[in-house]
Design a protein around this ligand. Structure first.
Ligand code: CP
Ligand code: NVA
Length: 306
């Protein structure tokens, strides 16, 4: 039987995503009630980080322990991955010893090559192209606060990056629209995002227009990990793509603000917005753990109903 991986949002069907959201709610309730739930006892997750992380590391590690399992944490610096052992060999070896692998790396091609040679499911913990676990958490957070995201409008203000691509994939699968506004030269690329059509997004030059009437306004850092050499050039290009109170005012009155974090107040978002009443960024961060527990349970055990 083919192994199920979660390398991009579109690896799951609409129905599978709906299952993960429902299951995340159940698992979150158990956690909040201090109910012991150890379906992954004796299972091990390997986490491979080629880029820095706070949320991804803590949420996967704490989540795996809460499910009764264990984790192995590897970085490029402290493993043979940093000394050019081929990805294929690493995948064959690591996947003989653990039950699940989470990888944060650079090109999507690297995680795909790893998955091709892995005996166990592989989860994308962020690549240059995608960040599917974050969008699972963001949509779960939206559902918790406002109900179904179907038919809603999400305004993306900023870089056409891994987060933007993943929002676009999610829109296509879950039936909402993304209003995208990026500076010129930093547009989303439909081919990189892997979309079937352009029906689920609209491009706006003016970020204010992208936010008009939106149910959710979201943004991300101007310079993603791996692009630090472009920092100065990006600072200049993105100066008008700062989510401020004027942008939030033209969105719907009940619009939410999200940011995957880490954030830079005064760059991509004003402090008044991210620390204001419409912001749900702390719920978003916490929900990484709950959705990823549901994801790990699903990849290893299928549809558990207790
Ligand atoms: N949002 C997110 O993935 O955060 P980290 O880089 O801290 O893991
Ligand atoms: N786009 C950002 C997200 C960080 C969680 C990056 O790739 O650095």
């Amino acid at each position: 039987m083919a192994i199920k991986h979660f390398l991009q949002f579109s690896d799951f069907t609409t129905e599978e995503h709906e299952w993960i959201f429902r299951r995340a709610a159940v698992i979150k309730r158990k956690f909040k009630a201090y109910e012991k739930y150890h379906p992954l006892a004796d299972r091990t997750l390997a986490m491979i980080f080629e880029k820095a992380s706070t949320r991804t590391r803590v949420s996967f590690e704490a989540g795996m322990y809460q499910l009764g399992g264990s984790v192995v944490h590897l970085t490029t610096g402290d493993s043979q991955l940093g000394r050019a052992e081929p990805i294929e060999d690493s995948a064959k070896v690591i996947s003989r010893m653990v039950d699940l692998v989470m990888i944060r790396t650079f090109g999507q091609d690297k995680i795909e090559r790893f998955a091709e040679h892995s005996r166990v499911p592989v989860i994308n913990g962020l690549t240059n192209e995608f960040h599917p676990c974050q969008i699972l958490a963001d949509i779960f957070t939206y559902i918790e606060h406002r109900g179904s995201i179907q038919g809603r409008v999400v305004a993306w203000v900023g870089d056409g990056n891994n987060m933007a691509n993943t929002w676009l994939q999610a829109a296509e699968l879950l039936g909402f629209t993304v209003h995208v506004s990026t500076p010129s030269g930093y547009e989303v690329d439909q081919a990189v995002a892997g979309l079937r059509s352009a029906d689920s997004y609209k491009v706006f030059q003016d970020p204010m227009e992208a936010c008009r009437g939106a149910d959710l306004v979201t943004t991300d850092v101007w310079t993603s990990m791996g692009f630090e050499a472009e920092n100065e050039q990006r600072r200049q290009a993105f100066a008008d793509w700062c989510v401020d109170t004027d942008m939030m005012k033209v969105a719907r009155p009940d619009a939410l603000f999200m940011h995957c974090l880490p954030a830079h107040r005064g760059e991509e978002v004003e402090a008044e917005v991210i620390d204001g009443p419409q912001s749900v960024v702390w719920d978003e961060a916490e929900n990484r753990m709950h959705v990823q527990k549901a994801l790990m349970e699903y990849l290893l055990l299928g549809r558990v109903t207790d």
